[in-house]
Design a protein around this ligand. Structure first.
Ligand code: GN1
Ligand code: MG
Length: 363
């Protein structure tokens, strides 16, 4: 507690400081803090993953400032609930480094908000609008390109390289147990590199993406009816729009959980898929190219495949990256994501048609 107080006081002054754990992220540690009654979110930034915290915080500052100015132009009145607000530390930086080398940041807590791990079609449509709007607001952000907070974060070719290295090294002696999954993923690997090939051929652009469009990175109002704000901006960086579309589908359009151990629960939720597509294209169609739209459904398969690869890599490495709750957690995550991938593959024509027909109805 004394430690937390020292950190909080490096940002704001106060007497009565309360701290409680918050959220379920796999990477950073988050806390809800109250200082003399005013509420904040305090986060310890995982700097073994985000290696350049000053650049990371600078990205978030640029992105939130740009969004704030767009919301002002639109005449939005409750801006403090619609975009994250970073609090500067007393040293005027947007982070504080403690004596142990840990990095911390503080933000205003958005009141009367909640998150979901799975959602209804009605909410999915609103979430689609929110992420479509997020990309469109950032489309004209001035200045140099955003810093890549994790280089090659959603680059499947580089993810496959890292995966193959983990297979070769077999650090945790788990390879023989999962060889059948490794083989199944290798069979798909070449087809999954389509987006990188399209980019090299000049057919698929990079735009500012959120790069972690998990359903629980959207704050809804306390009644769970309206989207308030998109959060978790650590990975906002240049990428393909199909990644953002696909990662939402991976997490939102799944009838099961990301780490479901009852695999029969896991399959594509078509109603959510269609509703999100509708909301997203309503906001985004105007700035997307035909190639981007034609590859959105591929993005759902790609991001699910990538997540199988990432969880399996971490399982092979002996659980170095993701926080785990029990020893085989990364294996359960791998199996559940593989099951979802299978469901997307079986139904791919249907998913592709949903995007095509939805897009045809939007002008
Ligand atoms: C991580 O921050 P969090 O827990 O929402 C990860 C995402 C993965 C996700 C899998 C920086 O997201 O890329 O898709 O876990 N973030 C990072 O659930 O690696
Ligand atoms: Mg994240």
């Amino acid at each position: 507690m004394e430690k937390f107080k020292e950190v909080v006081k490096s940002f704001v002054s106060g007497n009565d400081i309360q701290v409680a754990p918050l959220g379920a992220g796999h990477i950073n540690d988050s806390y809800k803090v109250s200082v003399d009654g005013k509420e904040f979110v305090l986060q310890r930034i995982n700097h073994s993953i985000f290696k350049n915290v000053p650049e990371l915080q600078n990205n978030i500052l640029r992105v939130t400032s740009h969004i704030r100015s767009k919301l002002k132009e639109r005449g939005i009145t409750d801006i403090e609930r619609r975009v994250l607000n970073l609090i500067p530390a007393k040293n005027d930086k947007y982070y504080y480094q403690d004596a142990d080398g840990n990095y911390w940041r503080l933000m205003d807590y958005i009141k009367d908000s909640k998150t979901f791990d799975s959602i209804s079609p009605e909410l999915a449509e609103k979430a689609g609008e929110a992420f479509g709007d997020f990309q469109s607001m950032l489309a004209d952000m001035p200045g140099k390109p955003l810093f890549e907070t994790i280089p090659d974060f959603h680059n499947i070719e580089s993810r496959l390289e890292i995966f193959r290295k983990a297979v070769r090294n077999d650090l945790a002696w788990r390879r023989s147990q999962v060889q059948y999954i490794i083989d199944a993923m290798e069979n798909r690997a070449d087809a999954m590199c389509l987006s990188e090939r399209l980019h090299r051929e000049g057919k698929l652009p990079k735009r500012i993406n959120h790069c972690d469009t998990k359903v629980n990175n959207i704050l809804f109002d306390s009644e769970g009816k309206e989207v308030l704000c998109v959060v978790d901006l650590d990975t906002v960086m240049p990428g393909y729009v199909l990644s953002d579309f696909g990662d939402f589908m991976r997490t939102g359009a799944n009838n099961g959980k990301e780490d479901d151990t009852v695999l029969s629960n896991v399959s594509v939720n078509f109603a959510v898929f269609e509703a999100y597509t509708k909301g997203y294209l309503r906001k985004a169609k105007a700035f997307l190219t035909d190639v981007e739209i034609d590859n959105l459904a591929f993005g759902a398969k790609l991001m699910t495949f990538m997540q199988v690869i990432r969880f399996l890599t971490d399982y092979l490495d002996g659980d170095l990256y993701y926080k785990i709750k029990y020893p085989r957690h990364n294996l359960d995550r791998t199996l559940a994501q593989w099951k979802l991938l299978g469901s997307m593959e079986t139904n791919y024509t249907r998913l592709h048609n949903i995007v095509k027909w939805t897009s045809a109805k939007i002008y």
